[in-house]
Design a protein around this ligand. Structure first.
Ligand code: FES
Ligand code: FES
Length: 157
């Protein structure tokens, strides 16, 4: 079936199979491979993208269900060749180890900060609780989110 959607501010009209997941559409059909597949069962958060303002597991949404939606993936965060403040904060805080979980972590963080620009450390922890990381122990991801809040308050540079 033909669906229409916006991904990273670009309009797409794509033919999708009824059993195609949004994750497959992004990665296999559109080449947006920053979104990762970990468990494929809604447990790890590696496939997190923002759909109509909410962070979702793209392995748990069928492509046809995304018809008419507005989606942001990790590739959509940079602006004019500049990384998003959350991405910068992850680099500055040394919050990336193997990196596999990081796009999902960052998208969950973005969804949280879009709604709550000044969350507590506990609220940040809750906001990324659906994102599993086997490397970092989470504290550095929380530190990065707090750093991103500072950068955003200073005007996002
Ligand atoms: S790959 Fe989607 S939640 Fe793990
Ligand atoms: S940095 Fe390796 S899984 Fe999170």
């Amino acid at each position: 079936m033909l669906i229409q959607l916006i991904i990273n501010q670009i309009n797409y009209k794509v033919d999708v199979e009824p059993n195609m997941r949004l994750l497959d559409l992004l990665r296999d059909k559109l080449g947006l491979i920053g979104t990762k597949e970990g468990c494929g069962e809604g447990e790890c958060g590696a496939c997190t993208v923002i759909m109509d303002g909410e962070s979702i597991n793209s392995c748990m949404v069928m492509a046809f269900q995304a018809n008419g939606s507005n989606i942001t993936t990790i590739e959509g965060l940079e602006e004019n060749g500049e990384l998003h403040p959350i991405q910068k904060a992850y680099m500055e805080e040394g919050s990336v180890q193997c990196g596999f979980c990081i796009p999902g972590m960052i998208m969950s963080t973005k969804a949280l900060l879009d709604k709550h620009p000044n969350p507590t450390r506990e609220e940040i922890r809750e906001g990324v609780s659906g994102n599993l990381c086997r490397c970092t122990g989470y504290n550095k991801a929380i530190n990065a989110a707090q750093k991103a809040i500072e950068i955003l308050k200073e005007g996002g540079k």
